[in-house]
Design a protein around this ligand. Structure first.
Ligand code: SF4
Ligand code: SF4
Length: 318
């Protein structure tokens, strides 16, 4: 099949034009992956094209790139999938990672995020004899998180990392869950406490689902972040902005079937400060005038009894 690849190039040694787009028209087998196509370019069309790959079997995690705008392992992505009608295939380096050359990114930022969560089991004792055995059942909950191959695709497309490089990020937080819920680890409470209070911790995720969409191994990082939030709250860690915000939303929906936008900022703050309330008042009034905010008079939802039943069922079955 014939395919047109549009590749984002970057050469740090070029003093003037160091970023540019380059197109390659190539003829490849219909079952080729995007990685096969790029290797074809490097072998037969342009030996200067830099890319990284190793296992070619979606195990090593080294060939993460953006294809048509979203991160993918290119060894797992067939050209026919991303160009079903012969459309141009646009390939860029992963986002939220510094680019080294062309499609190769530095994973330093990624591994610095992983280091922040102390990614190793910290038991409180060493067994006198043999290994520290954990039952199969106690580890089943960790299987999804343990599938991570550290490819960086979730970090590439995380919408929070685009604007806040202090966020620990989806891959590191999914890994944090792997240690928080490991029965051999003795630092569960410390870990939860840090992730709950830390700037850039579990409450900074906006639940955009992007990491779930792009993860090639089904780790579902956002769901692991929600597991961490649940664990933090169940462990009594309710005194953070995020936990107070979640509790306020929960309370007002349970009470009236709606979010009480008036109470939410005050309850999330955790204290009543007239100066800060005044600061919120002006943007709040502007939103009201432009009809971007619901009425301050907290009307009950006409389906409130249904909402109450959902809460009741959930509480009875949890
Ligand atoms: S769900 Fe959270 S962690 Fe995942 S990409 Fe969105 S903001 Fe980032
Ligand atoms: S969580 Fe998924 S996307 Fe993120 S690094 Fe691990 S395998 Fe890659």
């Amino acid at each position: 099949m014939n395919v047109n690849l549009k590749v984002k190039r970057f050469d740090p040694s070029e003093p003037t034009k160091n970023t540019w787009w380059q197109e390659y028209q190539i003829d490849i087998h219909k079952d080729s992956t995007v990685l096969d196509a790029l290797i074809h370019v490097r072998e037969y069309e342009d030996t200067s094209l830099a890319l990284r790959c190793a296992c070619r079997a979606s195990i090593c995690g080294s060939c993460g790139m953006k294809v048509n705008g979203s991160a993918k392992l290119v060894c797992k992505t067939r050209v026919a999938e991303v160009s079903p009608g012969g459309e141009q295939v646009v390939i860029e380096p992963m986002g939220n990672h510094p680019v080294v050359k062309d499609l190769v990114v530095s994973l330093d930022t990624f591994f610095n995020q992983i280091k922040r969560i102390e990614p190793y089991v910290q038991p409180d004792h060493i067994p006198e004899k043999g290994e520290y055995i954990a039952s199969n059942e106690s580890m089943e909950n960790l299987l999804t998180a343990m599938n991570c191959i550290m490819c960086g695709c979730c970090v590439s497309d995380c919408t929070v990392l685009e604007v806040d490089d202090n966020f620990i990020g989806p891959a590191a937080l999914a890994k944090a869950w792997r240690f928080v819920d490991d029965p051999r680890d003795s630092k569960r409470e410390n870990r939860l406490n840090n992730l709950n209070n830390e700037d850039g911790g579990i409450w900074d995720c906006t639940r955009c689902m992007q990491c779930v969409e792009v993860c090639p191994k089904g780790v579902d990082p956002m769901d692991r972040i929600m597991d961490l939030r649940d664990s933090a709250i169940s462990n009594g860690l309710t005194n953070s902005f995020g936990a107070r915000h979640a509790n306020s939303v929960n309370k007002s929906i349970k009470h009236s079937g709606r979010i009480d936008e008036f109470r939410l900022p005050i309850e999330s703050k955790g204290y009543f400060n007239i100066k800060e309330i005044f600061k919120l008042l002006i943007p709040g009034l502007r939103m009201l005038i432009k009809k971007q905010s619901p009425s301050p008079f907290h009307h009950k939802n006409p389906n409130q009894s249904k909402v109450k039943n959902i809460f009741k069922n959930f509480e009875e079955n949890k």
